[in-house]
Write a protein that binds this ligand. Structure first.
Ligand SMILES: NC(=O)c1ccc[n+]([C@@H]2O[C@H](COP(=O)([O-])OP(=O)(O)OC[C@H]3O[C@@H](n4cnc5c(N)ncnc54)[C@H](O)[C@@H]3O)[C@@H](O)[C@H]2O)c1
Length: 352
């Protein structure tokens, strides 16, 4: 195994993702979208949702479990709401299109909601919420995911790690971006610990019998604990009902894991855009958000804390740094890229 980390420019990594996706017949535009979301995860430091997910996407596409050429259909009934059937296409492409639609609707009515059914795992939720920012809108994104979390007090996985992302614009580059799983951690992070042979922090997971465990393999067989106890559980239930049941999509155990190749993932999403001008002048609001962020920074710090960050700020800083200096890839990530390149007959160069 290659140990040394490689620093790769984001454009080069995107090119590799693009080539891999096009090698399994994804058209250039959809490959570009999916690569952009994948590289966004790596830029934000969420490597659990970056290139680590490509092998499963590629295998699913190659075996027909993800539709490489979907036809999205919309079912609008009321002015501000529509439902999209994603035709089992890539979740990234469906969610991007759905947020574009929500923004378009919000431009006309003040708020747009798009429910997506028959979709797939879409990676980092923040990406789609942030699509709203340049339009002076607030973006809200919910998705359900395959069961990984037991109901509060239970021991068998019933709920996904169902994340929620909300992006709120400030002045210039300022923004608040909340993007979080309803579980104490994303399952991808447990997979990463398993792959790296690292123990989990205490309090993250239960084994199959419902006993606390720090063994990532046992955690993957058992269940992840909710964020904030019963509150994270409650949030996961809400997201499952709103992103899955309400959209006519799969929910609870009907949503499959990415690496369960017995059928389509069948995930559902709910994407919303809210036009700030529907409430107040956008510039005034964005100024207040920036002022709010400044006040967060200036709030009295506890103990040895060096800096208080706004939600999403750590990821934004990392993105800036990685856009400039490159994305550090671990030896495992380099191995993964080389393995996929060999499997799908794609020539890649990591000398960037
Ligand atoms: N597609 C799916 O099915 C799926 C499922 C679960 C999670 N995810 C993704 O996994 C990713 C990781 O989720 P997570 O719950 O582990 O996120 P996390 O715990 O790393 O962060 C959660 C939120 O807390 C904020 N935050 C964290 N530390 C902070 C600090 N010190 N100061 C200020 N703010 C701070 C972050 O900016 C973020 O908004 C997300 O991008 C999520 O969308 C996707």
């Amino acid at each position: 195994m290659q140990e040394a980390a490689v620093l790769i420019q984001h454009k080069a990594l995107k090119e590799i993702c693009n080539s891999l996706l096009q090698a399994v017949s994804i058209n250039p535009k959809d490959a570009e979208t999916t690569s952009d979301v994948t590289v966004c995860a790596e830029l934000r430091g969420i490597s659990s949702h970056g290139i680590a997910r490509l092998p499963a996407y590629l295998k699913r596409i190659r075996t027909g479990l993800i539709n490489a050429r979907p036809e999205f259909k919309y079912y609008p009934k009321y002015g501000s709401v529509t439902v999209m059937d994603a035709d089992n296409g890539l979740g990234q492409v469906a969610a991007c299109k759905a947020m574009e639609k929500a923004i378009d609707i919000a431009g006309q009515t003040g708020a747009g909601l798009v429910g997506v059914r028959n979709s797939n795992h879409f990676g980092v939720a923040a990406y789609y919420a942030m699509q709203a920012l340049p339009h002076d809108m607030i973006g809200i994104v919910l998705t359900n995911a395959s069961p990984a979390m037991a109901p509060f007090g239970g021991r068998k996985a019933f709920l996904g790690t169902n994340p929620m992302a909300v992006a709120i614009p400030g002045q210039g580059d300022d923004s608040i971006v909340v993007d979080m799983a309803s579980s104490i951690t994303a399952r991808g992070k447990i997979r990463l610990c398993a792959a790296q042979g690292v123990e989990l922090p205490a309090g993250w997971a239960l084994d199959e019998e419902g006993n606390p465990t720090t063994d990532p393999a046992k955690a993957l067989q058992g269940s992840i604990l909710p964020m904030g106890g019963a509150k994270g559980y409650a949030l996961a239930v809400l997201i499952d009902l709103m992103a899955g049941m309400l959209t006519g999509g799969g929910y609870s155990v009907a949503v499959k894991q990415l690496n369960d190749y017995s059928g389509p993932v069948n995930a559902g999403h709910l994407l919303m855009a809210i036009k700030i001008e529907a409430f107040m002048e956008a510039e005034t609001f964005k100024g207040s958000v920036s002022d709010y962020i400044a006040r967060l920074h200036e709030a009295p710090r506890a103990g040895a804390v060096q800096k208080i960050y706004a939600p999403g700020e750590i990821e934004q800083n990392l993105t800036r740094e990685r856009l400039e200096k490159g994305i550090p890839l671990t030896g495992e990530q380099v191995d993964l890229l080389e393995k996929m390149a060999a499997e799908y007959g794609v020539a890649i160069s990591l000398d960037y």
